[in-house]
Structure formats: C-alpha cells, structure tokens
Design a protein around this ligand. Sequence first.
Ligand code: GDP
Length: 437
Amino acid sequence: VASAQVPAQAQPPLSAVPGKYNGYADLPNQVYRRTVRKGFALNIIVVGETGTGKSTFINSLFSSDIYDGKDSPGISNRIGQTIQVEKTRVTLVEKGVQVRLTIVDVPGFGHYVDNSNTWESVVAYIDKRYHEYLEREMSIKRDLEGYSDDRIHCCLYFIAPNGHGLRPLDIQAMKALGTKVNVIPVIGRADTLTSDECKEFKEKIRRELKDNGIKLYDFPAENENDVEDEEHDSKRNGRHKDGEDGKKTPVNSLIPFSVIGSSTFVDTRDGRKARGRKYPWGTVEIDNPDHCDFVVLRRLLLRVHLSDLMDVTNDVHYENYRVEYFGKLGGRNAIEQRSPLSQLETEKKDSEVRINKMKNEMQTIFDQKVREKIKKLEDTEKDLEKKYANWDKEWEAQRKKLEQDRTDYELMKKQLGEIYPQLYSILQDELLRSTNQ
Ligand code: GDP
C-alpha cells in the first residue's frame, strides 16, 4: 500500500488560470477562441467488473458525489437484472475552457455467471450513438450545430487489481471495444496493491494487451505548451514532474493508469487535508502522482488530449462505423477490413473512375449529336439541291413549251397571211354574185 507522505498537495484546479497555454492551444487562434467560447462536450463510458471502483472514480473526477450512498463495501447497489447504462452530465471549467462531461456507467458488467454478452451490449450502445449521429447527419434538416453529440469519445476500462492479470472477459471486451472507441485501460482501487506490485501488474497487463493485439487509444506526444502547462501545475502544487530526475514520464509507459477513488478528505501526517483513503498504517491521496495516476489521467482526459479524443472518434471510429454501415447496406463487407485512409483513397479513386466514365459517356453522346446534326444539314442541302435541280428542269421545259407555242403562232400567222387575200377575193366574188342575182 502506498503510504508515503508527500509535500503539500492542493486539489486539482477546476477553475481558469488566464493567459496560460494548455492542450487546446494547438488549435488555430480563431478556432481556439470559438471552441473556448462554446466549450467541449466529452462523453466517456466507464466499463469494468463491478466493485473495481468505477463510480467512486467518477465522483472523484467530478469532485462531487454523483452517486449517493455508494460507499458501502462490496457490490454496487445499482446492479439490475440486465446490463443497463447510467448517464451523468456535469459541466466543468478546465483552464477557462468549459467541458460538458457526460459519463456513461455500465453497472453490472461482468457480474453474472455468463458474461458472454455483456460487452456486446456495450458495443451495441456505442454503435447506437454513432447511428443516431449518422441519422442526424443524413437528415434533411442537417442541424448539427445545436445537436447534442452523444458519440462516445473514450472508454475507461477498469481492470480489477487482482495482481494476476486480465480475465478472459477483459480480453474479449477490450478487443471488441478497441475497434469501436478510444479505449484507455485503468487499474481501479490501485491502493490495494503496493507500489512494486502495481508496477509489476502494469507490466503484466501491458504484455497481455500486446499479446492479445488489443487496440488502445494511442496518446499523441505532448507539445511544448502542454509541458509548460504541466510545469506550471507542478510548481503550483509544490511538486516536481513525474520522474525523480525531473524528466516527464512518457504517457504510454503509465498505461494502464492506476487510480484510487475517494470523495472524502482525510488528514495527512503533515497536517494537510487531502482527498484520499485513511488506513491504520497511513493515508493514500488520490491527487498525489506518487500514489496513483489519477491527476495525470484527469489532466490528459480533460485538458491535453480532449480534442484529439474527439477527433479520433470522429475521423476513425465514427468513419469506420459509417463505412461499415453503408458497406453492409450495399453488401460490400470487404470494405470493413480496410483502414479509413485506404477507404478514402479508394473512394477518391472510385470517384475519379466515375468522373472519367461520365466524361467519356458525355464525349460519346456529344460526338454522336454532332454527327447527327451534320448529317441532317447534309440531307437538307441535298434536298435543296434536288429541289433546285427540278426547278431548273421545269423552267427549261416551260421555256421550251413557250418557244414552241411562239413558233406555232408565228407559223399560223404566216399561213393566215398567205391565205387571207385568197379568202378575201373569194368572199368578194361571192358577195358580188349574190348582189347581181
Ligand atoms: P463500481 O461497482 O465499479 O462502481 O465500484 P464502486 O465505486 O461502487 O466501489 C466498490 C467498493 O470499492 C466501494 O466500497 C468503494 O468504497 C470501494 N472503493 C472505491 N474506490 C476505491 C479505491 O480506490 N480504493 C479502495 N481501497 N476502495 C475503493
């Protein structure tokens, strides 16, 4: 049991320290200011065997009693007939940034004789939140601004401090959850292990996690600003950084985080009041990094990696869900095997092929239309030529006919001119004769 007394240690700060950098300082200024104004909404699901100290941890995280009457030893009084979830919402202010924290607790997990389906219901719960978001995204009134995003950004998986290692249920559950959400393993009630036992247990768990290919949230390297922030807090708390030589302990080497939960204040040997647990041989303080990783984990979750947790949820886990969902709809199950980046690449190639195909089709249609138009024009020209040719022939025929008529007329006139005197004298003689008679 970690019973060492440590220098004065204050409560983790919940209020703003203006003008200091923190994990959100990575964001470009404008986005940063807007985000600070609007705040963050972080949703955490807490999963693990009953009695591993989850609800006490949650109360400690919020610095208040969210679950009343929970300090009775043994099994939580929230256990029901079936696995169900309990949601708790609290708004915290971390370094001037509002964090609307929602904790989803899964009481009764691993409590039954047959636990084969317990993690499936957690996975189903996470999927349901993705689906709700997807439906919202696809709805005609795509009002995501005011929409409360219930997607789970992080899963704190509580491992029992048994000193033996992971149970088969833990392995199965974390394997399944790791593909769905940012999983962060945590050893609950870590004060039941001595510091050496805790160190050994952590190493054992790390090995088992690796051997079983369990996917965990990969903490990105902290930048200068975060280090500065950490230094500031350490100095303020009158304590050095994690390592004895003053060097910061890499976050990934702390995994699984050892946490102790308590909402009560105890008197330390040096006369301070600190949140912790009192034992006949001494006290353990939950906010003391020499005793457990509670403050480090709290800082990483609520300050440093909050934005990254949300980004990974949106860009990787939600995207995987979306592709898998549409893949299933379209019977394209193969797509679920691929990484989001390769899926994006394929989608890009697919759309390029589609665009090229459309271009070719449009070109073919255009060429065809042009050919049809040219043919129509040629046909019209031929028709006109034919028509003009016919008109020429008709005109020539009419001209010839007129010519003939004129010739006939001339002939007739000539003939008439020749026979006219003879007819005249005949008529005259005839007239004389009739007069004489
Ligand atoms: P849950 O069922 O996982 O939510 O666990 P609870 O938070 O209800 O804790 C179960 C029991 O363990 C309660 O009696 C708590 O007082 C006790 N407990 C919780 N956290 C700690 C801890 O960090 N150390 C020790 N020693 N006991 C703890």
